[in-house]
Design a protein around this ligand. Structure first.
Ligand code: BTN
Length: 311
């Protein structure tokens, strides 16, 4: 109902009367008034004039009704500890694939390797529950694919040239724009779910983040919208996973990669690896060549570029 009211107000250059809304949507004028009130409380700037309602401004909040047929799968919270926890709860309860939990802000946002992910208002923080029909060993590909799809989304919407640092950081001019964290529940031969958590600096302050970071609003010339980004990314990833185009992510990732050809250090929870990053393998592992020419593949870790590109 809210989506329909907003659609009518958005389309009309003149105020839309309560009577017209009530007739076209088949509910009472009081019901319309209550929805308008609720929308105003949620931040919609709707003026009630003698000729009807006029929408001046809609907030860029990813409310479910902004996602059309997908509205049932979108769970929006103004504040959460972490979208990872809520998504875990829903995944364990058997929610459908491509269920998305979004938070306006997080009080305990988590990054990879047990770091904090600063999640102030203005950023986009969400976790998507995926149930891919692939062997568990291929699950790292999902993170790579998500990084590619988010980079392509931002390029498409705002013309931003996003680069990827292994395994799945999105950088612009070496500054971190977005990070991806995933949690997987799997048997040896079957994935139950992969929860893909994405944090994107959109309009949030990046001052206190503690690492060199940048927000989309500082890069894009057009007005940025968290709702548009999430909807477009969702399209891409859902098409990729339902259309079995996961393996294409390798080639696409290489095109945006800034890690390949560089000397890197990879920190895992237990070890430190060092060498030249020469390629990624079919499941997204980073192939390192050490000074004596030997090669090894690292499947997970935090990557630090310690030298220029010498590819
Ligand atoms: C990284 O360390 O680069 C990964 C950051 C992932 C942050 C996102 S924000 C939404 C989701 N909820 C969390 O607590 N973390 C992920």
């Amino acid at each position: 109902m809210k989506a329909e009211i907003i659609a009518q107000l958005t389309q009309s250059p003149t105020p839309v009367s309560g009577q017209h809304l009530s007739r076209s949507l088949g509910v009472s004028r009081v019901a319309i008034w209550k929805h308008i009130r609720a929308l105003q409380v949620l931040g919609y700037d709707i003026e009630a004039t003698s000729k009807g309602y006029r929408l001046h401004n809609a907030p860029d909040t990813p409310f479910p009704w902004r996602f059309g047929a997908r509205a049932d799968r979108l769970h929006y919270y103004p504040e959460l500890d972490s979208t990872m926890d809520k998504a875990m709860e829903l995944a364990r309860q058997g929610c459908p694939p491509f269920t998305v939990v979004v938070a306006g802000r997080q009080t305990k946002g988590r990054g990879r390797l047990q770091r904090t992910w600063h999640s102030q208002t203005g950023g986009l923080y969400f976790t998507m529950v995926l149930r891919p029909l692939i062997p568990p060993a291929q699950s790292p590909l999902i993170n790579l694919a998500a990084a590619v799809d988010l980079a392509d989304t931002l390029d498409d919407l705002y013309g931003i040239d996003v680069r990827l640092k292994w395994p799945n950081d999105l950088l612009v001019n070496d500054l971190k724009l977005s990070g991806i964290l995933s949690q997987i529940a799997a048997d040896p031969d079957r994935i139950e779910f992969v929860n893909l958590g994405i944090g994107l600096n959109v309009r949030n302050s990046t001052r206190d983040i503690g690492q060199a970071a940048v927000a989309l609003a500082d890069l894009a010339s057009a007005k940025v919208s968290r709702t548009d980004i999430l909807a477009a990314f969702w399209d891409r990833l859902e098409q990729r996973l339902t259309g079995a185009h996961l393996a294409d992510a390798i080639v696409q990732w290489r095109r945006r990669a800034i890690t390949l050809g560089r000397r890197v250090k990879i920190q895992t929870l237990t070890d430190l690896y060092e060498g030249r990053a020469v390629d990624i393998d079919a499941t997204g592992g980073l192939i390192l060549q050490s000074d004596n020419g030997s090669r090894q593949t690292v499947v997970y870790g935090d990557c630090f570029h310690v030298g220029p590109n010498v590819a």
